[in-house]
Design a protein around this ligand. Structure first.
Ligand SMILES: [Zn+2]
Length: 111
């Protein structure tokens, strides 16, 4: 499964379209007891009484696991390239995107 979502580029803090790929292998079980027969690391979903599952939820979980910790533009340019001398460029501070999200969330909740 592959998709493209906008994540905040950790260098320039602009949205960056990021390709996410997740290898999803889900076993669909009618009965949770059958999970015993699956390999230990197998992911499985148990169908509800109507034989349905919340696939969107399951896929969302898989995608979240596949998110890069520090998304960035493939060719991100923030500052003009110094052509003179050996200008030392400070490494951009990398923030954990989840911390950024958490702080944003906290901010909106206070209002
Ligand atoms: Zn960028």
């Amino acid at each position: 499964m592959a998709t493209t979502i906008n994540l905040i580029c950790q260098r320039c803090l602009e949205p960056a379209a990021t390709d996410i790929k997740a290898d999803v292998q889900l076993w669909l079980l009618r009965d949770e007891a059958r999970a015993d027969r699956l390999p230990d690391d197998a992911d499985f979903l148990v169908l509800d009484e109507d034989g349905r599952i919340d696939l969107a939820d399951a896929l969302e979980d898989e995608l979240i696991l596949a998110l890069p910790l520090a998304p960035m533009h493939e060719n991100c340019v923030v500052y003009p390239v110094a052509e003179s001398e050996d200008a030392e460029v400070e490494a951009p501070k990398r923030e954990n995107p989840f911390e950024v999200l958490a702080s944003l969330k906290g901010r909106t909740e206070k209002e």
